[in-house]
Write a protein that binds this ligand. Sequence first.
Ligand code: NAP
Length: 354
Amino acid sequence: MSITPSKNKTVLLTGVSGYIGKHVALQLLNRGYNVRASVRNLQKTEEVRKAILPHISDASQLDTRLTFVELDLEKDAGWTEALAGMDVLMHTASPFPIASPKDENILIKPAVEGTLRALKAAHKAGVKRVILTSSIAAIYGCNLPEGKTAFDESMWTDINHPVGKGAYVKSKTLAEKAAWDFIKNEAPEMELTVINPALVLGAPLDHQFGSSVSLVQRILAGSDPMLPDLQMFIVDVKDAAKMHVNAIEEKNSIGQRVLGFSEPMTFVDIAKLLKTSYPEYKVKTTKAPSFLIRLLALFNDEIKVILPLLGDRTPANNAKAKSLLHINFTPASASVKDTADYLIKNGFAGKNPK
Ligand code: NAP
């Protein structure tokens, strides 16, 4: 089934300066939506325009179709005015740093308060349709319920579970929970769809790529002597963006969380693929013995969080994204290679190929 783009609808898109946000803005514009994009500093507008422009199918009215407002997840200023007259709120902004901060509230506060700020302003402005970017992180931090063999959207991360304790995982879980609670208790007429992407990979639109792309950069550069035995579910950035855009018109997705990924790859799978595809790079493919990771975890809380996932190969279910949002997922290997191609072509793959 194909999705009919809705012309003359305007979407308030937060987080447009992000890796995923730029792809979402591009697809919205190419599908006929107008975009009022929020940045926390208006100085970023040129960066965003420059990243999107080469890929726009019709740039003729870009100045009126893509406009910018300044909004900070941690400040009240501007939210109500920004949402006035919008047809859709698409909230992707949330901090996603490479390393966890010492104080978890540096992530949790903007994630949770920002989500509520956006929803409350939308409610006040009479904007009913909301698409929120959550994460697989809000799903997999739990033990599988009895009788289940794969992670799916019915499961929630438990922030007291060892995996759920990580600052980022907690921030995404609490932010998504806050959104559902707000809709249930204060705005039942609002129409929320939550997108739960897995690890997002694929070519970024510019050099300001986020944490997930950095992971491929690290493996390609051979930065670590050994790799932990971890499985990552992977979704292409174009597919993740498409899930957001398709959700707008897909009424059956209202009230749903939708997990997005194509298939899992382990760190070692990714490294082996990179080594074969780019033999001139010093990619390391050795799996770290799990006892070593356990030892390191004694001194490092971030490593402690991944301990329960070591060697784990629990599958997950992406049927809803395929049936409800009509996504034909790009194979994970293609997303990994697109990421690496971008990094190499643009000089971000390390200076010491073999
Ligand atoms: P990113 O490139 O770091 O983008 C994060 C965006 O959030 C940026 O636009 C950033 O603005 C904005 N932001 C952060 N703190 C803010 C604040 N206090 N006020 C206003 N804006 C703020 O990360 P990404 O990978 O594109 O992630 C985008 C969304 O997808 C996030 O919600 C993330 O949790 C989710 N997600 C990502 C992945 C992944 O693998 N990449 C997977 C699942 C879910 P600045 O440019 O001003 O910093």
